[in-house]
Design a protein around this ligand. Sequence first.
Ligand SMILES: Nc1ncnc2c1ncn2[C@@H]1O[C@H](COP(=O)(O)OP(=O)(O)OP(=O)(O)O)[C@@H](O)[C@H]1O
Length: 457
Amino acid sequence: MDILIIDDEESIRTATRLAVESEGHYVETAENSKTAMMRVREENWDLIFLDVRLGEEDGLELLAKILKKRPDQLVVIFTAYSSVEIAIKATQEGAFDYLEKPFTPDRVRGILLKARKALADGNEIRTLRNTVTELKTQVESSGPPTRFSSEDPMMQGALDTLFRAAKTPASILLLGESGTGKSVIAKTIHENSDIAQKPFVTVSCPSLSKQLLESELFGHVRGAFTGAVKDQWGKVHAADGGTLFLDEIGELPMEIQPKLLRLLQEREYERVGENKTRAANVRIIAATNRNLKASIEKGEFREDLYYRINVISVELPPLRARTGDLLAFADDYLTHFSKQIGRNIKGFSPAAREFVSSYPWPGNLRELRNAIERATILARDEYIEPQDLPNRAAGAIGTPGAEENKIVPGADLTIQELEEEHIRRVLERIKSQQQAAKILGIDKATLYRKRKRYDIA
Ligand SMILES: Nc1ncnc2c1ncn2[C@@H]1O[C@H](COP(=O)(O)OP(=O)(O)OP(=O)(O)O)[C@@H](O)[C@H]1O
C-alpha cells in the first residue's frame, strides 16, 4: 500500500515509518497540514496516519479537509493514551480507525491488515458498480427497435461505410455526440461481421480508476496491487476471437494509451503484475464524443494511437441535423412503448409533432426515446400532446408550462432533480469534463455515471 504519515513529532513519524515499511509498504511523511494537503491533492494514498494534535494545528480539522477532498480515504488517527472521546469523535467524523500512542508494531500490523481488507472490498464494490452500469446499458439496448435507414445524406453515407466495413477486421472509430447511437451501432457492426458468433465485450473507459481500467482491460495477477487477491483475466481475453468495444476512448488515461497501442500494433499484451506476453485476438471498435484532434493538441491523446484506431472513422450526425428522421424515430418509440405498457396511443397531435420536429434534442436519440417513453405513460388521451413531453422540451420552444424557473433550491423538487439540473447547467457552460467535474466537486468517473443516469449529453 502507499501510506502517508502526518505527525509533527519526528520520533512518531520514524517509529510508524519503520513499523509500516517492515511490512513492505511505501511510506512518505509530512510534518504539518500544508505539506500533508499538498501530498493528498497530488497522490492517491491507500492509507493515512494522522496525529490529532499537529503542533498548533488541529488534526480533526485536517481530517475534515482530507475527507472533503477524498471521501473514501482511509485515515487512522493517532491519539494519546486514554483520550477515548477524541478517538470516538474522529471515527464519527469519518476516520477509519484510531491508534493509541504509544503503540506496538503488532497493533500497527493489525490496522494495516484491516485497511488492506477494506480496500479490497472497496475495489470489489467499484467493479460490481461497473458491472451494474453494463447490465443497465444492455437492458436499455434491449428496448425499442433500432432503425438503420435515414433520409439524411450524411447518415446514409455513415451507415453505408459501416455496413461495408463490418465484414473486414479493420478497427473502426465512431465519432458523435452523446446519445447519437454509437454503442448501438458498435453492437450492430459486430452482429453483421464474420465474428458475430464470438463475444462482443464493452469497456467503458471513463467509469473506472486508471488502475482498475488497466486491470479490467488486460487482467492482473494476484498481488499486482492492493486488492488483487487472485489472478484475473481481463476483457481482452473475454473478447477473444470477437469484438472489443472501447466506449469513450477519448477518456483513456495517458498511461494506458501505449498499452492499447501495443495491443493494436503487435496484438500483444501482458496482465498487470506479470511479465508473460500474451497474444490478443480481438477486433477493436472505439467510440468517443470528444474531438480527438483537439485532445492530441492538448497532449491528452497520443497521435500514434489516434492514427491506429482511425483506420475507418465515421461521424454520426446529431439528431438535430437529421430532421427527416426525427418523426420516424418518434413513431417507432411510441409504437414500442405503448405496446409495452398496454396502452392504445394512436400517435402525436399536430402540435406535438411540431414540437418533436422543432426541439433540438441535445441528448439525441437517448433523450428522444426517454421523452417518448415518459409521454406514453403520461398521455391523458389517445394522442400525445405537447404537455406530455418533458418540460425542458416545452420550455425550449416557449410553450406554456415551461418550468425552467421552478428549478431553484427550496422549490418543490427532489434532490435528484436539483442535482440533474445543476449538472446540466454546469455542463452547458463548461465544455471540459475535467473542469466541470472539478466545479461539481466529484471525479470524472462519477460525472460520467451521472451523465448516463440523467441522459445528459
Ligand atoms: N439506430 C437506432 N435506432 C433506434 N434507437 C436508437 C438507435 N441508436 C440508438 N438508439 C437509442 O438511443 C440510446 C442511446 O444510444 P447509444 O448508447 O448507442 O448512444 P451513444 O452515442 O453510444 O451515447 P454515449 O456517447 O452517451 O455513450 C439507445 O439506448 C437507444 O434507445
